[in-house]
Write a protein that binds this ligand. Sequence first.
Ligand code: KG4
Ligand code: ZN
Length: 333
Amino acid sequence: MLLAIETSCDETGVALFSEEGKLISHLLYSQVAIHSPFGGIVPEIASRKQLEVLYPFIKNLLAQTHTEVSQIKAVAATFGPGLIGSLLVGVSIAKALSFALKIPLIAVDHLHAHLTAVFLEKEVEFPFIGLLVSGGHTALFWVKSFFEYYVIGHTKDDAAGEAFDKVAKILGLGYPGGPKISQLAEKGDPEAICFPRPLLESKSLDFSFSGLKTAVLNYVKNHPSYKIEDLCAGFEEAVCDVLITKTFKAVEALNIKRVVVAGGVAANKRLRKRFLEKASTIDAEVYFPSLEFCTDNAAMVGLVGYKSWINKKYADLSTEPYARAVFQKINII
Ligand code: KG4
Ligand code: ZN
């Protein structure tokens, strides 16, 4: 069996995969309630909580699945990108298990795991255009095969999820902002307030969301009696327009009519609906992981871990976790 560990941010995830690559079980502990009063994640609190939760969590997973430690034949952990303190907790336990049990250690990249999470439930043909929209990252990928992918556009400032979280903070909605804004937006008119669509007309596939957040802040200051449902709907619509337009620019430029949308923001109902509508106009396919696999989880880490295991892509005890994303960017436009 393969044990997978995810501790890149404020979620503690553990998963168990069979030697045939089947997800046996996965558990997730969310720290949202702890960080919510601060309006965002406090890194020091996140890593301390990871330390407290991870070990008992692994023991729980093994107990629930009637698994002996000796049955674990490989261990995979997220090595980055993420909060370094949180990453170190998962990586250290993975290294200790690898050393003590003399089993392969596998380093999983968190962005790779998000991008391929869809394979937990369905097979998608390669190549595809991958849009990764999470709290930490917003990037477009040209995914040629499971292990070969290139960044073709990314955000120059805030990530899309970060914009949702910052706008929610401005509106006093708490953390995380995405689900709260999305719920309010459902009752609002997306056309009542027209927010800017940053870089929409630019030829590049890069994104920018910090100006949009400032536009919301200015609107709130200048219209004290704004209708929160319309504001959320208008903001969500602007984010959707940008993400969809850029993704389909990539579809056209590479002539790949297959898209995978992944990461926490891919859980957004309006985004999913609008992506499907747009895809149907040009006969393209769009895939999303189900909601539980959009946001952080260890199942997606286990899947990359399993594929790495069977391809003998191993790390070793000297492999270090990393806070910042490492990827190859190519310009296709
Ligand atoms: O992928 P994820 O769990 O963590 C990172 O790797 O960052 O993404 C978390 C982000 C948060 O910014 C959260 O506000 C956003 O995903 N999110 C959503 C929704 N659910 C989560 N954004 C928009 N609509 C949602 N329904
Ligand atoms: Zn993530």
